[in-house]
Design a protein around this ligand. Structure first.
Ligand SMILES: NC(=O)c1ccc[n+]([C@@H]2O[C@H](COP(=O)([O-])OP(=O)(O)OC[C@H]3O[C@@H](n4cnc5c(N)ncnc54)[C@H](O)[C@@H]3O)[C@@H](O)[C@H]2O)c1
Length: 339
């Protein structure tokens, strides 16, 4: 039996996530190799390429896509750069794993969706990696059995130790709550139809002018509500928790109680300090699933439609944050390609 050649991947954007994905593909993922890397910062691209045998460095995504041996593209540049890179990948008809957000707003996400529809087949998996987290997957599987009855409410908590200096109040929605927008849609199997954002008095630990924390309420097409506490300067660590309240019981994930110690008159454990630690397994499983599906000639996982729907929810959320009140979400009609 001959072994198939590994999938040659061009990684676009070699910052925090991109460099970590290069390491992951090189050290963890089977059946794939990093064939090329791209960054507008040429030195950064060269430094990352130097860690991988045979990997070329570029500053232009289209140039990397034309390199012989590049079979697929992983986009890890900032959100506003995603649309142009996705359209270039479509021109080469290459499969793509695109970090969230698909694009920063609904109109640009729809342009990407229309371009994929013109190709006539799915090409994109969006990096909503919580779907690959073992705890989230367990929660989704439990809900699917119907044992707990119909979900009525989801309570989400999303806390970071500290926000980066460039973080703005709207980024709490567009960068962070974007994950709960997808998780809510995925867990409940319904679209989000309206969003309200409440603004408690900011924490004294939040940088000046940052509205932190925020309390977000999603209404869904199935009638269930999903609330999100987003608090990006909680100081003590990175926590993502979700509790689904159903007609006959509740299910909760994210307590992080894998190891509990008893010593010196106290019991306790540790709290992850950032998302790369908390979701390491999810990132590994996400990339492996994408590579495996791509090598089978399939596209699975969160779709361009999921990326568009999350972008529309976040856009409405930012409006609700800025103007107050409840903002309704009108999605385009869902094309059969994403049924
Ligand atoms: N799934 C998750 O949990 C998660 C976590 C963090 C970030 N992200 C997403 O990953 C993406 C990257 O985030 P990051 O934190 O690594 O950002 P970063 O700023 O650390 O890195 C971005 C890199 O892209 C480069 N770049 C900018 N424009 C480019 C372009 N047009 N073409 C090629 N390279 C370009 C920058 O020079 C930089 O090196 C974003 O979409 C972000 O939302 C996802």
């Amino acid at each position: 039996m001959t072994e198939r050649a590994p999938l040659g991947i061009a990684v676009i954007g070699t910052g925090r996530m991109g460099a970590d994905h290069v390491r992951r593909i090189h050290d963890v993922t089977s059946g794939a190799r990093v064939a090329a890397v791209v960054d507008v910062d040429a030195e950064r691209a060269k430094a990352v390429a130097a860690r991988v045998d045979g990997c070329t460095a570029h500053t232009d995504p289209a140039a990397a896509m034309a390199v012989p041996g590049v079979d697929a593209v992983l986009i890890a540049s900032p959100g506003p750069a995603h649309e142009a890179t996705l359209l270039a990948a479509f021109e080469h008809d290459l499969p793509v794993l695109c970090e969230k957000p698909l694009t920063p707003d609904a109109a640009s996400a729809l342009r990407v969706l229309d371009a994929e529809l013109r190709l006539g087949h799915r090409r994109v998996q969006v990096g909503f990696m919580r779907r690959y987290d073992p705890e989230y997957a367990q929660l989704k599987a439990l809900l699917a059995t119907g044992r707990l009855g119909r979900p009525l409410m989801v309570h989400n908590r999303h806390r970071n130790a500290a926000s980066p200096p460039f973080f703005t109040s709207s980024m709490l929605i567009s960068d962070s709550v974007a994950h709960e927008a997808d998780a809510t849609r995925w867990l409940l199997g319904h679209e989000i139809t309206a969003v309200t954002v409440l603004r408690p008095t900011p924490s004294a630990s939040a940088p000046d002018a940052l509205q932190d924390p925020q309390f977000v309420v999603f209404e869904t097409g199935g009638g269930a509500l999903s609330d999100v506490e987003i608090f990006v300067n909680c100081g003590f660590g990175y926590q993502v928790q979700a509790e689904v309240v159903c007609e006959r019981g509740t299910a909760r994930i994210g307590d992080g109680h894998a190891l509990v110690t008893n010593t010196a008159g106290r019991w306790g454990g540790t709290i992850a300090q950032d998302f790369t630690e908390r979701f390491e397994t999810a990132y590994d499983r996400q990339i492996q699933a994408w590579v495996d599906a791509t090598r089978r000639g399939e596209v699975t996982g969160p779709s361009t439609w999921d990326g568009y729907a999350a972008a529309a929810v976040c856009e409405a959320g930012v409006r609700a944050l800025e103007n107050g009140g409840r903002v309704e979400i009108e999605l385009a009609e869902k094309p059969a390609l994403y049924a």
